[in-house]
Design a protein. Structure first.
Lengths: 177, 177
DNA sequence: TAAAACTTTCAGGAATTTTTGAAAAGATGC
DNA sequence: GCATCTTTTCAAAAATTCCTGAAAGTTTTA
């Protein structure tokens, strides 16, 4: 495959993935472009490459900065701003997790905690089922939250080495399906 | 909080969460309703509770069945169909992971593999940066995929016990930030 | 101070996604 | 076969999300 095609394909694929994960397609495409570009880019260059308007470029660049995935840079002697993305994928992954945890997991945990304290007849099967479901969700979401907390505080090597051990121990024990 | 309010709040919250994760709001709400309801429900009841049309209810129920999160049931002597959701949250989590892995992770891994084999001057910094980024993504997405594979094949208890050990070993070693 | 270079905002419009509701299709029982 | 009850389909409408481009705002230079 030619480089230009590969680049195009990667940007499209990353955009499509983003849209399956609640992230605006264009924001993901801008991110993809910055990820694979060695030097920083001006808004102008991004607009041209992705065929988007000035306003759109500006909005999504700000969003990326807000997510901690991109930064501005000023080049000496130049007036315009240049943008670049964090290239270390482990850092990127951690940053995404930090933000989504803050924006989505925390609020959900708060709601689960709130609604679990429903006052109603504990013998009513409807209430029972409700409390059971909410408690179950709280446990799993809470566990996931803890796990992600460990992850974002970890070094990449330690984290994957430890996961690897987990896989091994599974093989040894011969866990059933 | 009154039961009716808690129920309402839970359904709303679950719907909002879904929409942040690429899942249609109504589908998540129908799922929430089925999750907390002990007995199975007819389309009619779901339409009435959530204030949605027949077509909408039907569409989202089918989607839930397609995701393996809900099932149909026929009651003896009754003509209409009833619907219920898997209540075991561990099973639900695993099922969601199975589907998203199939629908999203796998296709992305395929694209990454494809575009990594770009033919271009290996000394061109643009090409270098591209290959580095794609390789890095491939590694991390691949690791995540493996981890999720272990998870969906695990018993809940084994999985969380092992994670717990992982956290502990971190504490002992005293990993730095 | 003013012009030039650039960034940000935002109202309106375009595009996309979701929902509706009526009609078609599919069961069931007589 | 036919009447009845139920589910499914799908074109059109509604709702939502996203994008544009011109105008306003900001910073720099002279």
């Amino acid at each position: 495959m030619q480089f230009a095609d590969a680049k195009e394909k990667f940007i499209q694929a990353w955009g499509a993935l983003g849209s399956h994960w609640g992230i605006n397609r264009t924001m993901a495409q801008v991110h993809a472009l910055l990820l694979i570009t060695p030097e920083s880019l001006s808004a102008e260059e991004i607009m041209k490459t992705l065929n988007i308007s000035r306003g759109n470029a500006n909005m999504n660049l700000r969003a990326l900065i807000d997510w901690g995935l991109a930064s501005k840079e000023h080049k000496a002697g130049e007036r315009r701003e240049y943008f670049y993305a964090e290239k270390d994928i482990w850092q990127v992954a951690k940053q995404v997790i930090i933000e989504r945890r803050k924006r989505e997991l925390k609020p959900v945990l708060r709601v689960l905690d709130e609604v679990r304290q429903v006052d109603g007849d504990p013998n009513d099967p409807e209430v029972q089922s409700f409390v059971e479901t909410v408690t179950g969700l709280q446990k799993i979401v809470g566990q996931a939250d803890q796990f992600l907390d460990v992850m974002v505080k970890s070094e990449r090597k330690w984290f994957f080495d430890t996961l690897l051990q987990m896989f091994k121990s599974k093989a040894e024990v011969g866990m059933k399906e």
